[in-house]
Design a protein around this ligand. Sequence first.
Ligand code: FE2
Ligand code: FE2
Length: 200
Amino acid sequence: MTRFGSYRPNVWIKPSSGEVCSAHHDKWKILIKEGSMSKTEKHLKEAFAGESQANRKYLAFAEKAREEGYPGVAKLFEAAAAAETIHAHKHLRVLKGIRSTRENLEEAIAGETHEFKSMYPQMIEDAKAEGHRQAEISFTYANEVEKVHAGLYEEALKDPENFPVKDWFICRICGYTIADEPPERCPVCGAKKQNFMKVE
Ligand SMILES: [Fe+2]
Ligand SMILES: [Fe+2]
């Protein structure tokens, strides 16, 4: 017996009343299925991760295709990337992974904090130990920028309603994120001002 009732083939029993529901009693059918669907929940998480990765991968492939002189292929990668975003968002919604903005900010802070406090430091250490210099740099850039993100989200969480709409600039080299005006030099990677792009 789950909290949604018990299940026998083609028969569903309401937990509150013991009432037997018929096979076409869809609401109960769905509730009972959700209650016993840990596999599906796992699959939704996997599919969300996979679709999210496909989205970023296709955008990187599109950039490469454009560089190599295949604008038609680039556009196709961009179209598929947009479709993967729809899949990813749909899976996330079904997982109930999108809550109120305050809760989402809290989750974002927890995620960024985990990344710069434990995930990236360990990865940086391991990359150093294995002599993988490029990975060490990539992890170090991300690690520094996650600190900035956590700080910005914390600021926003203080008063989300009045958090102003700003112009945001991103360093193309390391992802450093800053409002209003890009710096002469990126404080994380040292890139020049012209390497910053405005978030549209
Ligand atoms: Fe971040
Ligand atoms: Fe940078």
